[in-house]
Design a protein around this ligand. Structure first.
Ligand SMILES: [Zn+2]
Length: 229
């Protein structure tokens, strides 16, 4: 039951594991509290990411101040979908363990780590599951950030070694199946848009390149994601 809760929201174990490589500390804080970010030697005040997500949703109805973002309609739909995913995920775990799951989403998210620890302490969940739940906050951080600031995508043009597809079709657009989203400060993770397979470790990425019969310049990629200064 527990594991299927994660699968139901579209993240398989491998994806969670790969995402966990990404920045993990402070994910709950970044979701629920206003915080300071450091970039290029400067400090930025950031609104809680859940608050930013909520504003993106309300701007679609004309009730929020919103503005400033082109493509507003698409972002609003994506923001709403993401909000529902996070909300469903967090409340489902509290419900699963018999806790109060009502109230503001930010408060629910802040309660969850202690409840996860407690569920683990009494043996309701094992080490593995606890680890994956704890890693999921960073997944939500990455998803919200990507919504407002999509990573550049490097497309790999050979067929995916896992599913054999070269392209992924989305409506009328046909793009390469396997892509590497490139973003400063982000771990390098290749993913197939078609089958969802992810390659996150150095060994995985090298195996991917070998499986595709292509050379990928990981040194150059690494420079791209480290190029903040
Ligand atoms: Zn694939």
């Amino acid at each position: 039951m527990g594991i299927s809760l994660i699968r139901d929201f579209g993240y398989d174990e491998r994806a969670i594991e790969v995402m966990a490589v990404r920045e993990r500390s402070g994910a709950v804080e970044r979701l629920t509290e206003n915080h300071t970010m450091h970039l290029d030697g400067a400090e930025y005040e950031c609104m809680a990411l859940l608050e930013q997500l909520r504003e993106a949703i309300s701007s679609s109805t004309g009730s929020g101040s919103g503005g400033g973002i082109g493509d507003g309609g698409l972002i609003n739909v994506a923001a709403f979908t993401l909000w529902e995913q996070i909300d469903g995920w967090a409340r489902a775990w509290l419900r699963e363990w018999g806790h109060d799951h009502k109230g503001e989403l930010a408060a629910v998210i802040r309660r969850l780590p202690a409840k996860t620890q407690a569920a683990h302490a009494i043996g309701t969940i094992d080490d593995d599951l606890r680890e994956r739940i704890d890693a999921t906050y960073a997944v939500w951080v990455a998803k919200i950030e990507d919504l407002f600031d999509p990573p550049r995508e490097k497309e790999l043009t050979a067929p995916c070694p896992a599913c054999g597809e070269r392209y992924h079709e989305d409506g009328e657009t046909r793009r390469a199946a396997v892509v590497i989203p490139v973003k400063v400060g982000r771990a390098i993770v290749a993913e197939c848009r078609n089958c969802g397979t992810m390659w996150g470790t150095e060994t995985d990425l090298l195996a991917l390149a070998a499986g595709m019969g292509i050379a990928v310049d990981f040194t150059a990629l690494r420079e791209l994601v480290n190029s903040s200064n």
